[in-house]
Design a protein around this ligand. Structure first.
Ligand code: MN
Length: 295
């Protein structure tokens, strides 16, 4: 099933070129409790929501896909994890371009592990990416996004896919500069997740997916997840050794070679086989500087 959040607060099932409005399936979500369960409410109750959505789909109002705005399907993960250098050609590129050297003995990800992005950086394709600082370089990193489906701790590689709710296209947008990576990768909108969640049953092998990013018809990044140094399974094993993974937690699995700057006016066309395609616009800073919040 392909589940999307559209027009801000509607829940949809994507079928072909249409979105079926199954918002009423959210009625199965329990009332908020204190303390709240850790995790994204939709993903915490995904099985019940899916069952209800399947029941509602026949009578659902249908919208052409092109007529709706698509937002991030996951809104409240406890954490967004990133794999820093998880394709060999990107390791080589980081070495050549930024002088970052990882040594030769073991894959750098085995040494460095994972990093975190603020959960508040999540956005969907409709929000687009706002460049937060005039003149500073921001790079696109096109990645496979993994959404955790159930509480996971010390999960073995062989069992890891049992803990996945589904997959998305993910953009790990990155501000270049001297600040700590967790800060540079966390401005609002720097974690684009979408255009919908494809449930794990539709993607039995996340280790063989073509992915690409192009701007103005020029392919910037193109690779296949079989080139991941640490597979999805291994990333879940690694992450769950350090902290408990909760439903809705997102792992951005790393970017292949070809990262490069974006400019205001660009539209990033992102595609992953088996998931779909999303267009993400880039715009100049429009927010205020005196404590105004963005919409
Ligand atoms: Mn990345």
């Amino acid at each position: 099933m392909r589940l999307c959040r559209f027009n801000m607060s509607r829940l949809g099932v994507v079928e072909g070129g249409e979105v079926l409005d199954v918002t009423r399936a959210l009625a199965v979500l329990p009332a908020p409790a204190w303390p709240p369960a850790l995790g994204d409410p939709l993903i915490l109750h995904l099985d019940a929501v899916r069952a209800e959505a399947a029941r509602l789909r026949a009578g659902a109002v249908r919208h052409p896909l092109a007529s709706v705005t698509l937002h991030n399907p996951v809104v409240a993960p406890t954490k967004v994890m990133g794999a820093p250098v998880n394709y060999q050609a990107h390791v080589d590129e980081a070495h050549a371009d930024q002088g970052i050297s990882f040594g030769k003995t073991s894959p750098p990800i085995a040494k460095i592990g994972l990093f975190l992005k603020a959960s508040s950086c999540l956005a969907g394709p409709a929000e687009g990416v706002e460049l937060p600082f005039d003149g500073r370089r921001v790079d696109h990193e096109m990645e496979l996004g993994v959404v955790i489906g159930r509480t996971a701790r010390d999960v073995a590689e062989a069992d890891a896919l049992d803990y996945v709710a589904g997959y998305t296209i993910a953009l790990d947008m990155t501000l270049r500069g001297e600040e700590d990576r967790t800060l540079r990768k966390s401005p609002d909108g720097f974690g684009v997740v979408g255009p919908w969640l494809v449930t794990a049953d539709e993607i039995p092998d996340p280790g063989s997916l073509d992915l690409s990013l192009s701007i103005a018809g020029v392919i910037r990044q193109a690779s296949n997840t079989r080139k991941l140094i640490f597979s999805v399974q291994k990333l879940i094993e690694l992450a769950s050794r350090f902290y408990t993974l909760h439903p809705g937690d997102v792992i951005m699995t790393g970017t292949p070679e070809g990262v490069g700057p974006v400019e205001a006016g660009d539209v990033m066309t992102c595609e992953i086989a088996g998931i779909g395609r999303m267009e993400v616009p880039v715009r100049a800073r429009t927010g205020g500087t005196n404590g105004e919040t963005r919409p």
